[in-house]
Design a protein around this ligand. Structure first.
Ligand SMILES: [Zn+2]
Length: 457
């Protein structure tokens, strides 16, 4: 049961949709590229615009400049609230107003900073990521304006695309302002433009630098080659020892999880092959469901290697080499534990007694949703009602670093990851776009959710 009928909410959203699209279009024109300076005037303007738009839908919103960890002026954040009843639940609505840069405007079919509607989609940088999130919150609040039954707090961040350097200190210093029962993070997306999703889990990450040393200095490969293997070969042997015969990471203490958080559908191999552009002859690594291999089991990638370039190479045995390993960890494993497991393994498996030194680098936590929480059920039901089809939840192989941090700071809040994107959105790429029908349905779904979360009177 809801306070406002679903039909009424749909009618209100449809009546408001022109405003929502205009707001999103105006937002695109603001060019809020945080990579051009998070503390810049263009970012302050963008934050001001968002605060004004929120004020129009009844939120008491202000712009606050955060501080970077080194004390310098940081991002322009939008913080707001609308308190309707001290006894009602509180919902924190999150989005970010900064956008990805456009290094390749020539690859766009339209001007990236002029929103253009075409074939049911709105094109432009930030239409989906994450102007779409702002549009969803704005539309949902407008639809419920006089009948809102929950307290709403809003945080629209200004530096998400830069990895949120001041996010943790900012949230921690505004803990009371953000304290909430449910947190809706509208910065992910749906299974498709027609099928809604909650994001069930995010992998964590950790990285290490590995140095393999076999000689004090390079020597002639004709003279010493044979008993002495070069550092590059030894490093390859070391990395290969991390995998079993199926190509799956097999390191004691590095957790493998099966899908968590209420994931209900596996990925289709043909789609994964097409989306990734893998060569036809390649056999996918690992065993078990593709969903587990991409979303909940660990993976390791060599993202940098210091070796002599092929061009100009000559006949020496390399004395030492260094590589950087980036590891995605199971959603619920502490990444520090994963980092220690990998480091211990590499040192213990030093090929032929070569020296292996491991330098630990950054860690980021993963996250998984509680599928049994009432708010999760309410969100799924609202999506089903709005889109007219059952949601298909999905995991996320990458990380959204601030979500686990939010969950850590507010351990009792139920975090729901929704969002404006679909597989055609090209977030972070040329020709970014949002499906207008999905935007409308996302707005309706969020309004229905806020209505369901309100206490029954
Ligand atoms: Zn985003």
């Amino acid at each position: 049961m809801t306070f406002v009928s679903a039909e009424e909410i749909c009618a209100r959203v449809d009546g408001d949709f022109g405003r929502i699209v205009k707001m999103l279009s105006d937002k695109v024109a603001l060019r809020s590229v945080s990579a051009e300076g998070i503390a810049g005037d263009h970012m302050a303007r963008s934050a001001r615009f968002v605060a004004d738009q929120l004020a129009e839908v009844g939120v008491d919103a202000t712009v606050v400049q955060s501080r970077n960890p080194d004390g310098s002026p940081g991002a322009w954040e939008v913080v707001g609230s609308r308190i309707v009843d001290a006894k009602a639940p509180t919902v924190l609505l999150y989005a970010h107003h900064d956008v990805q840069p456009v290094p390749d405007a020539g690859a766009w079919e339209t001007d990236p900073f002029v929103a253009v509607a075409r074939d049911g989609r709105l094109y432009g940088r930030g239409t989906a990521d994450d102007g779409g999130g702002i549009a969803i919150h704005s539309g949902a609040l407008r639809a419920l304006e006089d009948t809102l039954g929950v307290n709403v707090k809003v945080f629209v961040e200004g530096e998400e695309e830069m990895g949120s350097p001041s996010f943790i200190p900012f949230i921690e210093s505004h803990r009371a302002e953000f304290a909430s029962d449910v947190i809706v993070v509208a910065d992910s997306g749906n299974w498709s433009a027609d099928i809604p999703s909650l994001t069930t889990s995010l992998r964590g990450n950790t990285s290490v630098d590995v140095r393999v040393t076999v000689l004090e200095h390079p020597v002639h490969s004709g003279q010493f080659g044979g008993p002495i293997l070069d550092a590059n070969t030894l490093a390859c042997m070391l990395i290969a020892s991390m995998y079993d015969l199926d190509g799956q990471l097999s390191i004691p203490g590095l957790d493998k999880q099966e899908p968590v958080g209420g994931l209900d559908r596996d990925l289709d191999e043909a789609t994964v092959r097409a989306d990734s552009s893998v060569v036809d002859s390649y056999r996918l690594a690992g065993t078990g469901s593709l969903a587990s291999r991409m979303w909940t089991k660990p993976s390791a990638t060599i993202i940098g290697i210091d070796a002599h370039p092929v061009s100009g190479s000559f006949n020496v045995i390399a004395d030492t080499t260094r590589l950087r390993l980036s590891i995605r960890t199971a959603p619920d494993q502490d990444p520090r534990q994963a980092q220690k497991a990998v480091s211990d393994f590499l040192v213990a498996h030093a090929p032929r007694g070569a020296e292996v030194d491991v330098t630990p680098l950054d860690n980021g936590r993963g996250w998984s949703m509680d599928p049994r929480a009432q708010a999760t059920k309410d969100a799924l039901e609202s999506m089903r009602e709005s889109f007219g089809v059952p949601p298909i939840n999905k995991g996320e192989g990458g990380s959204i670093p601030f979500i686990p941090e939010l969950q850590r700071i507010f351990p009792h809040a139920q975090v729901l990851v929704t969002g404006p994107e679909d597989p055609q959105s090209n977030a972070h790429s040329p020709n970014e776009s949002i499906s207008l029908s999905a935007l409308r349905n996302n707005v309706v779904a969020e309004a229905l959710l806020l209505d369901r979360l309100a206490p029954r009177r």
